[in-house]
Unconditional design. Structure first.
Length: 470
């Protein structure tokens, strides 16, 4: 037996019917809300977050450790379906040991129905999971099927717990190492956000619900910081790209996802002129900003998610190429890197690109190129655009000529001359403008204004693909 479907909630229950734990957590999520369902360890509320109608459910750790029974699973499925029906964000607060053993295969079947409901809602409404305690088995895959996973300090997400791992594999492991915030925030990439307190995890869910549920807001006059002042002129010098992105977006509007995983690329949600956008940027302080296998997973899914949510994409590019090496080939850089190519080429949302210092080789293509479907590509003056850097190119193309020159000083002078000739021949930025790979060279101080103008000129579009696991 499952809970009655929440097709049109009409009955408001007494909040005293749920535990103090669930009440406190739902109170923190909502500004104002009503309890719509309280069934066997699951509470479902509907309310508003800064004016955005939102549905939220919470598993109750005081009832059999939050284990999911048939009725509780039905409540979660219904909450997800009603959020989908009303086109409202759905926030799940997870603290559960998984399917109830005493209910046998019936509870497994009911967990499967949760997954089906989440898949129905995928790409249609924002689904945000907040993990505040252990979430095992079905309660682990539940968050994994949603758009964003936020972990509090006591969050533990794993398929099977340490006891089972020890019995099956002999590995000695504790819950924190197996599925804690550090593991999923830096190693596996399961967690998009890790917070030091439970309240901050719930506040992050509120911010996302507002950014995604109300994608067009007002923007007061902004004092523009010149992002060019934040980027070293020497392309060999590293820097943190985040201040550059923040200088482009509306002040205080941004939230970074997957900050500590696949760190050579930054993925961020924020507002530009009051409109919610997704940003992908190379971070030169990590692997010199190279793309690698892990960034293929990170950026590919982020682009697909932004497309399904209708968020325009802004790429901020400063990339020397793909990270080379045997390790990268073993890790599947081709297979995983192709995810970004596929996601970007198939996206329907407006796509804008800014090349700040350099964009070389295959990474030039992957990072929001015109050939891959960008609506507009801008470059700052002096940006280097080519198959590879001129010096590296002549080392390959003029290998014999350089090897014949034994005098180090003469050889260095020869490299400089050949590099200049190569750049003049291939064209670099000039050639990119000529062939249409770059639309316009803009001053760094004009970046925000030109992006706003370009975005305003493009029709609002949204992809129709589900945002499934990749």
């Amino acid at each position: 037996m499952t809970a009655e479907p929440l097709e049109q909630p009409s009955t408001v229950l007494d909040k005293e019917d749920i535990s103090a734990v669930c009440l406190e957590r739902l109170d923190t999520v909502f500004d104002d809300w009503d309890l719509m369902l309280a069934v066997d360890g699951v509470a479902v509320g509907m309310g508003v977050i800064h004016g955005v109608e939102t549905v939220a459910f919470a598993t109750d750790p005081t009832v059999q450790g939050g284990a999911l029974g048939i009725e509780g699973c039905g409540a979660i499925s219904d909450a997800t379906d009603i959020a989908n029906l009303r086109q409202a964000p759905c926030i799940g607060i997870w603290h559960s040991g998984g399917a109830r053993l005493r209910e046998g295969v019936g509870s497994l079947d009911a967990v499967g129905r949760i997954f089906a409901a989440q898949t129905r809602a995928s790409g249609r409404v924002p689904q945000i999971s907040v993990v505040l305690g252990p979430a095992a088995g079905g309660a682990a895959y539940g968050p994994a099927l949603t758009d964003v996973v936020i972990m509090g300090p006591s969050g533990r997400v794993f398929v099977t717990g340490p006891d089972v791992v020890r019995r099956v594999t002999g590995e000695q492991i504790d819950m924190e190492r197996l599925g804690g915030p550090h593991t999923h925030g830096t190693v596996s990439g399961v967690a998009h956000l890790v917070t030091p307190t439970d309240d901050e995890a719930l506040y992050a869910a509120r911010r996302l619900a507002l950014l995604l549920g109300k994608q067009r807001g007002s923007c007061e006059d902004v004092v523009v910081t010149d992002p060019g002042d934040l980027v070293p002129s020497d392309p060999r010098h590293s820097y943190d790209v985040r201040p550059v992105v923040r200088a482009i977006l509306d002040p205080g509007s941004y939230l970074e996802l997957h900050r500590d995983w696949a760190t050579s690329a930054v993925t961020m949600v924020g507002r530009l002129g009051g409109r919610t956008v997704g940003v992908v940027a190379n971070d030169p302080q990590r692997l010199a900003g190279c793309l690698d296998a892990a960034t293929g997973d990170k950026t590919g899914r982020f682009v697909t998610w932004c497309d399904t949510m209708g968020l325009p994409l802004i790429f901020v590019v400063d990339v020397p190429g793909y990270l080379p090496g045997v390790g990268q080939e073993d890790e599947g850089v081709l297979r995983r890197g192709a995810k970004l190519l596929h996601a970007y080429a198939g996206a329907r949302v407006p796509r804008l690109t800014v090349i700040t210092r350099k964009a070389y080789g295959g990474a030039f293509i992957a990072m929001g190129s015109k050939g891959l479907g960008a609506d507009a590509v801008f470059a700052w003056p002096g940006a280097q655009v080519d198959v590879m850097g001129a010096t590296a190119a002549v080392e390959v193309l003029n290998k014999r000529e350089l090897a014949a020159e034994k005098d180090p000083r003469a050889r260095a002078a020869l490299v400089t001359r050949l590099a200049a000739d190569h750049e003049a021949t291939t064209g670099g930025l000039a050639r990119a403008l000529e062939c249409g790979a770059v639309d316009e060279v803009i001053e760094p101080a004009q970046t925000r204004a030109r992006l706003l103008e370009a975005l305003a000129a493009l029709p609002q579009r949204r992809g129709k693909r589900p945002n499934g696991p990749q």
